[in-house]
Structures are given as structure tokens and as C-alpha cells.
Design a protein around this ligand. Structure first.
Ligand SMILES: Nc1ncnc2c1ncn2[C@@H]1O[C@H](COP(=O)(O)OP(=O)(O)OP(=O)(O)O)[C@@H](O)[C@H]1O
Length: 273
């Protein structure tokens, strides 16, 4: 059974803007999925419906076997955590520890359990050294991890990360990739909206491409990044390895830079012979 299922979902904002039209998708426990597409494609609106922040105008959303129409936003968001694109839309406490504890206190967990969850989540995200700091004294890249830590601590079944790579340096990107793999190993579904195709190629099992309010296609990164039509429709550039391999006519290397280098070396040897 899918953890999250969207069935022919449409959404219009109160001002009449039709943001999502006839979207269906399924997400399973333990998988990592990247939703990609140009600005305004409908990605954020789609994921906000997954966690109950927005309600579909028509169509159904089933989370952990229950139609979200039968649940409050608080109930849905206990299953599906959403990490905002801008951490400052989420953070409001005066210390990192208080920020992470806030949601756990609202869940009325006992103090020992709260401490255990804060320590575990902070250890996982690398935020343990910052627990007593004021989040607003920390750089954006760290504030982003603070918000991710809060959502991890709530132990929801699925996590939605909206543009997690913004402002991250190489170490931050590697930490994010490692975190996604650890969460998957713990059986969590990780859904990410991102414009960073190199990050997608390195870290995701499945890509869903959106354009003009709809899903254009979906599949593995090595299939999608060689689908020129879908990439053009979504106005996306594939990662460099796929662009070079496609130009050289060796798509069989997929997204493996070492395999591409091997092909180039072999061709150079042939040319010399
Ligand atoms: N609060 C809102 N009120 C009215 N229209 C909105 C609102 N939020 C988004 N929209 C519009 O809905 C459409 C889809 O926006 P959405 O943010 O879901 O796209 P997106 O693919 O996430 O884009 P981006 O990558 O820029 O975040 C766009 O036309 C956008 O302008």
C-alpha cells in the first residue's frame, strides 16, 4: 500500500489561479522522490496538499490509508512533515533546542521522550553542537538544518523538503544526501522539491517531472535525464554527465561519471590506434 496517494487532484487558490490540475502520484515508505519542474509548475502546491496545509479543490489524497478530508491539518502533518523553503517561515523559538522541542511538547510527549528525540534528531543532522544557540544567530544553511531537525524529531512517516539545497555548500549537500539515505533506511519516505539536478542525480531513486500544473512524466533519474522532450517541457537542464553522454551518443553510462570517463578513454585509445 502507498504511504501517500494523490488521485486526480486539482487545486485553485482563492484568487482563482489554477495551480495544480489532474495530478496523480503515489509515494511509498522508504523511497526518495524528487519533484522537479520550472517555477510555477505546481510543485509546492502539490506537496502542501500532501501534508494538509492546502486542501484539494477536487480529487482525493490518501495518507497512510486515510482520506485527508477526514483529518485535520494537525493530524495529517503528524504523518507528513513539511520543511519550508525559507527556514524563517518556520523558526520562532529563541534556542535550537526549544525550536525542536516545540512540536514534541504539543504532541504531549513526556520529558524523557522529548529529550531522547531531540538528541537523536540533532545527532542525525549534525545540529547537536548548536542546541543552545539562538537560531537567528546562525547562518541560513544551518537554520535550514534546524528546521529539518524539528521535523525529523516529530518522527513522521514522510518528510517533504522544499528546496533544501538553497544556500548549502558542498559539505551541506553531502550531509543532506547522507541524511536522506539514513531516513530511507529508517523506512521514511523523503520527497524533495529542487532545482538542483546534480543533487537529484546523486541522491534520488525516482523523479516526478511537473510542468504547467501537471505531471509530465516520472521514472528513474537515469531514464528521466535522457528524456529530452520531458526535460525541455519542464525547462530543465540535465546534470552535466547526462548532457555529455547524450552528446557523445553513449547514454548507456547513465549518470555514472566513471563509466563516462571509461568510454572517453576507450575512444581516445581507438583514435590513436
Ligand atoms: N498563495 C498563492 N495565491 C495565489 N496563487 C499562488 C499562490 N501560491 C502559488 N500560486 C500560483 O500557483 C502556481 C503554482 O505555484 P507553485 O508555488 O505551486 O509552483 P512551484 O512549481 O512550486 O514553483 P516554484 O519553483 O517557483 O516554487 C503559480 O502560478 C503561482 O504563481
Amino acid at each position: 500500500m502507498s504511504l501517500i496517494s494523490l488521485q486526480d487532484v486539482t487545486f485553485s487558490y482563492p484568487n482563482g489561479v489554477l495551480a495544480v490540475e489532474g495530478v496523480s502520484m503515489k509515494l511509498s515508505a522508504g523511497e526518495s522522490v524528487a519533484i522537479v519542474g520550472q517555477n510555477g509548475a505546481g510543485k509546492s502546491t502539490t506537496v502542501k496538499m500532501m501534508n494538509g496545509l492546502l486542501r484539494p479543490t477536487s480529487g482525493e489524497i490518501i495518507v497512510a490509508g486515510v482520506n485527508t478530508r477526514e483529518r485535520t491539518t494537525a493530524q495529517v502533518s503528524r504523518e507528513v512533515g513539511y520543511v519550508f523553503q525559507n527556514p524563517d517561515d518556520q523558526i520562532f523559538n529563541s534556542s535550537v533546542r526549544k525550536e525542536i522541542e516545540y512540536g514534541l511538547k504539543r504532541m504531549k510527549l513526556d520529558e524523557d521522550e522529548i529529550e531522547r528525540r531531540v538528541d537523536d534528531a540533532a545527532e542525525l543532522t549534525g545540529m547537536a553542537p548548536f542546541l543552545e544557540e539562538n537560531p537567528f544567530d546562525l547562518p541560513l544553511s544551518i537554520r535550514k538544518f534546524v528546521t529539518i531537525t524539528s521535523v525529523i524529531a516529530s518522527d513522521c512517516a514522510a518528510l517533504i523538503l522544499d528546496e533544501p539545497t538553497a544556500g548549502q555548500d558542498r559539505a551541506g549537500l553531502e550531509r543532506l544526501g547522507e541524511l536522506i539515505r539514513t531516513l530511507q533506511a529508517r523506512g521514511k519516505a523523503v520527497v524533495t522539491i529542487t532545482h538542483d539536478m546534480e543533487f537529484v542525480a546523486a541522491n534520488f531513486e525516482r523523479i516526478i517531472v511537473m510542468a504547467n500544473r501537471r505531471v509530465v512524466t516520472e521514472g528513474s533519474p537515469s531514464a528521466i535525464f535522457y528524456d529530452r522532450e520531458a526535460m525541455a517541457e519542464a525547462r530543465l537542464n540535465p546534470p552535466a554527465v547526462a548532457e555529455v553522454a547524450a552528446a557523445l551518443g553513449c547514454p548507456e553510462v547513465g549518470l555514472d561519471v566513471t563509466a563516462l570517463a571509461r568510454v572517453l578513454t576507450e575512444r581516445a585509445a581507438l583514435a590513436r590506434a
